[in-house]
Structures are given as structure tokens and as C-alpha cells.
Design a protein around this ligand. Sequence first.
Ligand code: SAM
Length: 252
Amino acid sequence: MDKASLLKKIQQRDWFYNFTLPDGQSTQSYLPDEARAVHDTRLQMMQSCLNDFYGTAPENITAIDLACHQGYFSHHLIATGHHHVTGIDARQEHIDDASLICEAMGHQNIQLQQRDVFSLSPETDGQFDTVLMLGLLYHLENPVGALRVAKSLCKQVCLVETQVGPHISGQLDWGHYEFVKPMMGSFTVIDESHEVHGPEMSTLGICLAPSTETLIWIMRKIGFSRVELLTPPKGAYEQIRFGKRVMVAGYI
Ligand SMILES: C[S@@+](CC[C@H](N)C(=O)[O-])C[C@H]1O[C@@H](n2cnc3c(N)ncnc32)[C@H](O)[C@@H]1O
């Protein structure tokens, strides 16, 4: 298909993201107006963290975008200096869409695969300087396992962005009232079992969202040497401004 027909085909429908295409036009998003800023704020936070970490002209760095959806963040990783990006998503429809966008953008260095996050390992897939896990954790029934996968794939920095739930701390009787253990955190269980066909949803239906403190504690516990809660920028999307969604950076 020639470039003009490709761009026309892309513009015939709505997307999850507003992609700016090579002809300067933007795709329409099916997200309601009031929710669209979630992407802008996350992009700003990702770019600011990676610029601070790598500097403005990073060389030969690679990334994996876990749950890449239509490839919005993968595309921006390339645009901000990553040499190669692997994007994976459990849904083939997203991989097809991401491939179409890549073709329109002329990106040769994004490799897209339909994969479940739990099928990845450093032995079979290698390791990546940057690991992105945005908008995925709270759609999973095994978020700790997913964080372990992310850590195992990571050579330098891992960004985890997630919806968070309330925190619980204190002491818990553990077998007997005299055997107590400190509670390190909590997960909120959310039911997406009637929505597993939704494009942005869980594939299995039972979802566990950590509290912010829990996420940070787990990331430290599984071996990140430094874990930082990123500060939302001025004018951030309301969920991120009020700490209902957070982005956390884990460093190897
Ligand atoms: C809310 S969207 C987030 C997409 C993108 N990362 C973002 O932040 O804009 C959740 C994505 O996770 C994908 N997903 C859900 N379960 C998955 C799994 N077990 N492995 C890989 N991708 C999964 C969905 O297909 C969907 O694209």
C-alpha cells in the first residue's frame, strides 16, 4: 500500500491514542475528552525520567514495552533516542494496529510480538536497557510475578505505571496472637471478568491493584537497587495528580 493510502486507512477509524502521523495530522481517539490527558501526562513522566537517566543523546539503548497496545510509548521511545524497541501485547489486534502505525511512521526498529507477559524470560528474549510496564499491572492476577518478569528483563531502568488501591499497614496475628508479622502492604481485588474482551482489559478477569507503598516495597524486595516514586508534572492528569495512579522507576 502506498503511504497516502496507508494514512487514509489509519484516519478512517478512532484509536486509543492521538498519534501524530508523518503528514502532521493526528488520529482521533475513542477515549472521552476528559480522560485523554492520561496519555500526555504519562508520556511526559516517562520522557522526563529517561532523559534524566540517560541524558539527551543516549547511544545504542534498547527497550521492551510490556503491553504495548497500539505502540504509542514504543514509538516515543524510538523518537527519544532508543535504538531498538520490542513491543509485546497479549492481543493480536493491538499488534496488528501497532504494526500499521509503525509502517506509517517508517519505523524499522520496532519489533512487535503477540505475547503474554508471563511467556517472557531473559533466557529466550534477552535483556533490555529500558523496561516499560505502563497500564498493565492492575489488569493481572499475579502482579508480583509480572514485576519479577520485568526485573529479569531489565538491564538499567524499569518504569511501572499503575492504578493503585488503599494501603494497609500495622501488625497481623500470624498463627497465634503472640506470633505477629508486620503487614508490608495490600492489594485491591477488582473484577474485570465480564470485560475480558475489552481492548484495554485483563485477559483473565481477576485483577489485583497494589497500594503505592506496596508496589515500592515489592520492587525493592525483588532486587531493584533503587526505587523512586516519580513526581507528577504541573497540570498532570487528575488521577496521577491525586496519587490514584502512579509511575515508579526501579533501577538495577
Ligand atoms: C490499559 S491497556 C495499557 C496499554 C499501554 N501500555 C498504555 O499504558 O497505554 C492494558 C494492555 O494490557 C494488555 N494485556 C493485558 N493482559 C496482558 C498480559 N497478560 N500480557 C500482555 N499484555 C496484556 C492489553 O491487551 C492492553 O493492551
